[in-house]
Design a protein around this ligand. Structure first.
Ligand code: C2E
Ligand code: CA
Ligand code: CA
Ligand code: CA
Length: 281
């Protein structure tokens, strides 16, 4: 059954050429998916590169389609963003992320200082009710606000910088922290970075990928880490897959890493087991 799902999923994503009919069909299917709660969350640990303890987990959505199997976010989030359905999906993600992490903290498998990082799309970020939505989810899940981190891509922030700064200031009043996701891929102006009330910079996987072969990528990564530290930001490297990459990042004082070397995205049950196995490391 798993194999069938995977084949169908291939077919599904290859077919996503955004013809109007397909777009409409997907919109309708997404509506059903929302009503029937066909979404599920995966959790990918973030690891301290100083002592290898687990500093947080990023939640990553999947669509458990009844016929097509597990559909990855890149195949439906862009459409949900266009149709506005991302607001409902995003609320679900926020609430589920906080509830599930809060239950792990209550069970004692996660420390109360572990962060849960939730991805926000552009439409969610510019929603005037964002800060209220966050306060609400903190209330419902009883999670300490400093346990929640929002990941926002660089391109979302650069669309309208002044508005973005204002929204971030409102969001920060709730006590949550903000990370810039995919840093280095958009056109960010370094002049703005210092004006953003952010806490964390996530170096995009495209820079980490070719370490140690690509001298330019290494120079950029080292420079981004140094710059971020001068601005008192923490740095997380994405897509860490090899020991060489890990050593390079450690030598350059990168704070945290995330990637297949440490762990793939895990189901809640798998995360539970991963945390138990790594308890004493
Ligand atoms: P992202 O936020 O940059 O998430 C990281 C992606 O890289 C994830 O893909 C993750 O599975 C993958 N990844 C992690 N470590 C490695 C590694 O070592 N090697 C490689 N090759 N890949 C790695 P995923 O789960 O397919 O998510 C793709 C994108 O979809 C995310 O990119 C994010 O932009 C978006 N997304 C995921 N969940 C949500 C969500 O709940 N809401 C919104 N708005 N977007 C989401
Ligand atoms: Ca992310
Ligand atoms: Ca990213
Ligand atoms: Ca990405």
């Amino acid at each position: 059954a798993k194999e069938l799902g995977r084949n169908n999923y291939q077919f599904f994503s290859e077919d996503m050429n955004h013809s109007i009919l397909e777009h409409l069909a997907l919109e309708k299917e997404l509506k059903e998916a929302i009503q029937r709660e066909q979404f599920t969350l995966m959790f990918q640990p973030k690891i301290s590169l100083f002592d290898y303890h687990i500093t947080g987990v990023e939640t990553l959505i999947r669509w458990q389609h009844p016929d097509k199997g597990l559909i990855p976010p890149d195949s439906f989030i862009p459409v949900a963003e266009e149709t506005g359905q991302i607001l409902e999906i995003g609320d679900w993600v926020l609430e589920q992320s906080c509830r599930q992490i809060s239950s792990l903290i209550r069970d004692g498998v996660l420390s109360a200082s572990t962060k849960v990082a939730v991805n926000l799309s552009a439409k969610q970020f510019t929603d005037p009710d964002l800060a209220d939505r966050i306060r609400n989810v903190i209330d419902i899940s009883q999670i300490p606000p400093q346990c929640l981190e929002l990941e926002i891509t660089e391109s979302t922030l650069m669309d309208d910088v002044e508005t973005a700064i204002h929204i971030m200031q409102e969001v920060k009043k709730t006590g949550v922290s903000i990370a810039i996701d995919d840093f280095g891929t958009g056109y960010s102006s370094l002049a703005y970075i210092k004006r953003f009330p952010i806490d964390v910079l996530k170096v995009d996987r495209s820079f980490v990928m070719d370490i140690p072969q690509d001298q330019n990528d290494m120079a950029i990564t080292a420079a981004v880490i140094a710059m971020a530290h001068k601005l008192s930001l923490e740095v997380v490297a994405e897509g860490v897959e090899t020991e060489e990459q890990l050593h390079f990042l450690r030598r350059n004082n990168c704070d945290e890493g995330q990637g297949y070397l440490f762990s793939r995205p895990l189901s809640l049950g798998q995360l539970h087991q991963f945390l138990r196995e790594n308890e004493h490391k």
